[in-house]
Write a protein that binds this ligand. Sequence first.
Ligand code: HEC
Ligand code: HEC
Ligand code: HEC
Ligand code: HEC
Ligand code: HEC
Ligand code: HEC
Ligand code: HEC
Ligand code: HEC
Ligand code: HEC
Ligand code: HEC
Ligand code: HEC
Length: 431
Amino acid sequence: MRGLDLEKRMMRWFAVPLFTGSVLGATALRAQDSCTACHGDRAMAASLASDSALAALLFVDPAAYRASVHGQLGFTCTLCHQGISDYPHGPVVPVDCAACHTQAGQELAQSVHGRPHPATGANPATCADCHTGHQIFRSSDPRSTVNRLTQFEGCARCHSDAERMRRFGQEDTATVQSYLTSVHGRGLLEKGLTIAPVCTDCHGERGTGAHEILPTSDSASPMSRARVVDTCARCHGGIKAAYDQSVHGAMFAGGNPDVPTCIECHTEHAVQPVASAASSVYPTHIAQTCTACHDREDLNDRYGLPTERRRTYLGSFHGIALEAGQLTVANCESCHGSHRILPSTDTASSVHPANLQTTCGSCHPGIGAGVAEGRVHIASVREDINLFAYGVQWLYYLLIAGIVLFAVSMISLDQYRHWVVDPRRRRPSHG
Ligand code: HEC
Ligand code: HEC
Ligand code: HEC
Ligand code: HEC
Ligand code: HEC
Ligand code: HEC
Ligand code: HEC
Ligand code: HEC
Ligand code: HEC
Ligand code: HEC
Ligand code: HEC
């Protein structure tokens, strides 16, 4: 076995001739029978092994093997384990699945899993790492380790193992866990939506995904920046149609590296339902998601865009109400839209002056056309309307009105007394 020294191997082979001679007879065994005589019996396998871990490996359950796709085909052990002719047998040559499965073999050899890793010189994954050696079933069979519903478990054996992945320079071991709690993972496992994406739907080519997985940094990967929008659109085609019309989508199509693709707004593995409080586009998170770019000075300089979108939003009536927990107020999405975002100068934009009455009117029915004149991104409500000046102004109005009223009433009272109450004083007697 791997890692066993020669001495131990010799010790074990010592028992073998005895065994073969007395129990089975030395010759004329069909290969299948000869293998299971030693490997198909748990007690025998244990007696051949130095420890329980090795015993477990040396034991191959004949019934389980017979149920597998190759067992069903009546394959003998030696179709895979070649070069064993006499017993005790020497170290066996590694199984070459690709000898029969040439296409899978060729594809894997080009993929991130099937080519030697520069740091270790080893191939990250073999056929058996994903398929096992003896419990192989068709992928449509629920017992298969690569069935849609259980595929992630096989990936997790490596991708959730920090120590193993570190050897290959991979630090992120949260991918599988993020996926399991995402709208996609839950859709698959809780809602039973078999159309929800599994790992290989996103990371592989359509149909034959698993063997062609590439690093996401490789532009040929379906999850590379160049291709991610089209890959999400395999299922979300309608969203892509809207995105393509947006300023973001149009610039993306032109190869711009600064605009968002689906994953900058939704994340990659942790995609949440948009109505979930955990979603990156939920009212309480969306300002952060958009302003991760729109408050970047370098970006605003480069495109001549106005700055401080977050502060000017949070300082507005809507922002203040949102901070106070009112989720029904306008957020970036309510005014700008989500996928078909356009500059306010574009007549088709929801924030073009001509369309503001409709946009604001969806929440403020009856709002006047004058809304187009008001500023929306204001650093603070007070700064815009200037409540203090507003108040002082009204105070003056009241004061002036009061003074005028006071003066008028004083004069009237005086005249009243003069003409009505005491008319004699008007005509003073002279005699
Ligand atoms: C007489 C008992 C016996 C028979 C029969 C036998 N084996 Fe083994 N086999 C062993 C022992 C003992 C070992 C452990 C050798 C070691 O320690 O490396 C072993 C190891 C193996 C290994 C693991 C070797 C490695 O280097 O990883 C494979 C695979 C294997 N046997 C396949 C077969 C196949 C296939 C057959 C039938 C063609 C067969 N064996 C027949 C006793 C037997
Ligand atoms: C479809 C090909 C295939 C067939 C058929 C097959 N094996 Fe294997 N076997 C493998 C592979 C692959 C491995 C290595 C597993 C691994 O690396 O985890 C293996 C490993 C083993 C081992 C060593 C244990 C280990 O995990 O290293 C033994 C023993 C063994 N096989 C015995 C048998 C016996 C007995 C049969 C027939 C009943 C058989 N094999 C049929 C593919 C096959
Ligand atoms: C990284 C894991 C992984 C590795 C490594 C891997 N496979 Fe697969 N294989 C899968 C998955 C997952 C499927 C299921 C089909 C799919 O989702 O694309 C599959 C499907 C298959 C199929 C059946 C095609 C089908 O549609 O059912 C064969 C045959 C196959 N693999 C053989 C191999 C061989 C041979 C190797 C080694 C050269 C290998 N695989 C290596 C994961 C892997
Ligand atoms: C001696 C040739 C041979 C070897 C070696 C072999 N297989 Fe197969 N395998 C077959 C044949 C034949 C089928 C049945 C194909 C069919 O019916 O579509 C099959 C079926 C499969 C299937 C199911 C295919 C499907 O369409 O669902 C998988 C998965 C698979 N093999 C994986 C492996 C792996 C992994 C290895 C190595 C551990 C291996 N095979 C070694 C010949 C071989
Ligand atoms: C909805 C599509 C989607 C699904 C499903 C998906 N991924 Fe990813 N994955 C991505 C995207 C997009 C990236 C690239 C992110 C980037 O560009 O940085 C990625 C990156 C990765 C990476 C590269 C390093 C890292 O962690 O960022 C690994 C490894 C990975 N995914 C494994 C998996 C595994 C394992 C599964 C299944 C449990 C899975 N992915 C499911 C979309 C997906
Ligand atoms: C036997 C261990 C093993 C298994 C099983 C395995 N992987 Fe990997 N995978 C690796 C290693 C190691 C790397 C890193 C290789 C590298 O960086 O060159 C890797 C790389 C990747 C990458 C590219 C990461 C990047 O840098 O962009 C993706 C995507 C990926 N695997 C997805 C999967 C999926 C999906 C499955 C299950 C179908 C799976 N892996 C099964 C070991 C494994
Ligand atoms: C600029 C950020 C942004 C980009 C880029 C983006 N989205 Fe969205 N997406 C959103 C927002 C915000 C919502 C929430 C809309 C709502 O609440 O009605 C959303 C909602 C969704 C929904 C749910 C539909 C709904 O309205 O309930 C899906 C599905 C979706 N996006 C997928 C995608 C896909 C696929 C892409 C890439 C083609 C993408 N998104 C690109 C921001 C974005
Ligand atoms: C294989 C098909 C498939 C692929 C590929 C896919 N999705 Fe999905 N997605 C779904 C399904 C199905 C649902 C609905 C799950 C549910 O409702 O439980 C969904 C749900 C969503 C939602 C939540 C929608 C809502 O109403 O809240 C978002 C956001 C989303 N996907 C984004 C993406 C992004 C981003 C990508 C690419 C990285 C992507 N999806 C790739 C099938 C897919
Ligand atoms: C990954 C970075 C990024 C994210 C995230 C992002 N944007 Fe953009 N956005 C850009 C870039 C770059 C432009 C192009 C600027 C240009 O050409 O004027 C742009 C353009 C715009 C424009 C048009 C500006 C103009 O006048 O040309 C609006 C409006 C806009 N984004 C709103 C949003 C909203 C709302 C969100 C969140 C739902 C968002 N953006 C998320 C990078 C981003
Ligand atoms: C109440 C509606 C409303 C909300 C909420 C809102 N905006 Fe705006 N936004 C507008 C209007 C109207 C304009 C154009 C006039 C102006 O600048 O005031 C604009 C202008 C912009 C611009 C300048 C580019 C252009 O098209 O003129 C960007 C970038 C922008 N908003 C991003 C955001 C982001 C990011 C958020 C969330 C933090 C957000 N907006 C929230 C209505 C809104
Ligand atoms: C998504 C729904 C929504 C949209 C779209 C929306 N608002 Fe509002 N707005 C609200 C809600 C709810 C309040 C009440 C906040 C509070 O309790 O103070 C509010 C409050 C206001 C206020 C504070 C005075 C008042 O009536 O309480 C002004 C001014 C305002 N909105 C203007 C606008 C303008 C201008 C637009 C378009 C550019 C707009 N709103 C778009 C939901 C919306």
